[in-house]
Design a protein around this ligand. Structure first.
Ligand code: ASP
Length: 441
């Protein structure tokens, strides 16, 4: 049995948190490869070290004095070094960093130091080897992550390593310069390492006990999802639910390795398992609910459009030419609508309208703004009857008017469009119907 364990920023924000991490890693011999984030927030209006590093680098680039901010960053690490009595030479580390900042080694280099230093500290605390991610996580000369070469290099290197800490979030380019993933990217590093060492499970430790059925800001104490498939998670993440970095699924998915989301502050909680597939029946018909505001629809009316071959293509081409991606295209016999992100559309709306006139000579075009999309997602829907009926009844009971409906052919999701103002109410009504009522029965 072999586990790769990744700890997020809040799990490593202080000596106290790092000691919890130490206890978790030590509790199981199989937890052999550890991927840390940079220190995150200790309290709600605290700063993340990564943000401080970006700020510091920007100051260096503007020729300002970076000493005060750099010493604030250093204090974050000093607290951990002192609290855990670690033997790590921060003086040398920070003089190198300061030097590189002054020499403008790049924003990515700057940001990566958060994970690099935390990795050094954690390796010292655990008594594990430290492996610099720059040596084994590789990007090509265009800055794209080189998945296969990285997999080979990581596999070869880690095969002969018993226990190691590998900092998350960054790697290197062929010329040796540091390159980071996008924000939250330590999740991706953990997944890459899990794939390379063929781990049995990739444990991703954070500050919540797994993925929740709905956003806790909208529903009070939502249930935790015990098992979710990669595909369900993709659907929910796309619609705004966030637990993992979007790209973190791909490396482990290539090998069918499950991800277990766990809570550093409640290690006894089993968390959420993210798997390729499972024969276990889901607890509820739906696995999760997520949604986003800020959409609008462009509605095109034209008599007899149903018999006009190529109508849809010509409409969508106008959106393509304006570089707007579309979400859904509900249609009727003489109407065709295109749902897009309002922000993306707003600047180009008049160009799109004139483009549509030229392309399809419609009878009328009208726009509807401030729409929200809500997805209910669940592998259980395929075998359940009446899901759509229950959804519509619940929304009617909640006083919500449905503007659009779309069910994916996989029957894994149903997407509805409602007015922005009805968004919160809709989520609560759906949760009440599919989770609260089912739990009572
Ligand atoms: N420290 C980086 C960030 O704040 C990466 C990570 O935590 O995963 O985005």
């Amino acid at each position: 049995m072999l586990k790769v364990v990744k700890f997020g920023g809040s799990s490593l924000a202080s000596a106290k948190q790092m000691s919890k991490v130490g206890a978790i890693v030590k509790a199981e011999e199989e937890r052999r490869f550890v991927v840390p984030s940079a220190p995150g927030r200790r309290f709600s209006d605290d700063s993340k070290v990564t943000d401080m590093l970006y700020r510091c680098y920007d100051q260096a680039s503007a020729g300002k004095d970076i000493a005060p901010l750099l010493s604030e960053i250093r204090a974050r690490y000093q607290e951990i070094v002192d609290g855990l009595s670690l033997n790590v030479d921060l003086d040398t580390e920070f003089s190198v960093i300061s030097d590189y900042f002054m020499r403008q080694a790049g924003r990515d280099y700057a940001a990566s130091r958060g994970e690099y230093l935390n990795g050094k500290l954690l390796a010292a605390y655990l008594g594990f080897k430290f492996i610099d991610a720059a040596d084994i996580i590789l990007f090509d000369s265009h800055g794209n992550f080189d998945a296969e070469r990285t997999n080979d290099v990581c596999h070869a290197r880690l095969q002969t390593t018993d226990k190691a800490v590998i900092p998350g979030f960054y790697g290197s380019m062929p010329d040796g310069s540091i390159k980071t993933f996008s924000r939250g990217g330590s999740d991706i590093t953990g997944s890459i390492i899990a794939r390379a060492v063929r781990a049995n499970v990739y444990e991703n430790w954070t500050d919540v006990s797994g993925c929740l059925v709905a956003d806790p800001h909208l529903v009070k104490d939502p249930e935790t999802i015990n098992t979710i498939t990669y595909q369900e998670l993709r659907e929910l993440s796309y619609m705004g639910a966030s637990v993992l970095h979007e790209d973190a699924i791909f490396p482990v998915r290539a090998e069918g390795i499950p991800i277990n989301i766990r809570n550093t502050n409640k290690p006894e909680d089993p968390g959420t398992m993210i798997v390729e597939s499972t024969v276990r029946s889901p607890l509820h018909v739906i696995t999760g609910i997520a949604g986003r505001k800020g959409f609008c629809s462009i509605n095109i009316d034209k008599a007899m459009m149903n018999s006009e071959v190529g109508f849809g293509r010509r409409v969508l081409q106008v959106f393509e030419e304006n570089r707007i991606s579309f979400e859904h295209t509900p249609s009727g016999i003489d109407t065709f609508s295109v749902l897009v992100h309002q922000e993306e559309f707003a600047d180009k709306e008049q160009d799109v309208i004139s483009g549509l006139h030229r392309a399809v000579s419609p009878d009328r075009i009208y726009l509807e703004s401030d729409l929200a999309l809500i997805a209910i997602v669940g592998r259980g829907m395929k075998n359940a009857q009446g899901t759509a009926g229950r959804l519509f009844t619940a929304l009617a009971r909640g006083g919500v008017n449905i503007k659009m409906i779309d069910q994916g052919s996989s029957e894994l999701n149903i997407i509805i469009g409602v007015r922005d103002d009805d968004f919160e109410r809709s989520i609560r009504a759906i949760y009440e119907e599919f989770i609260t009522r089912e739990s009572k029965n």
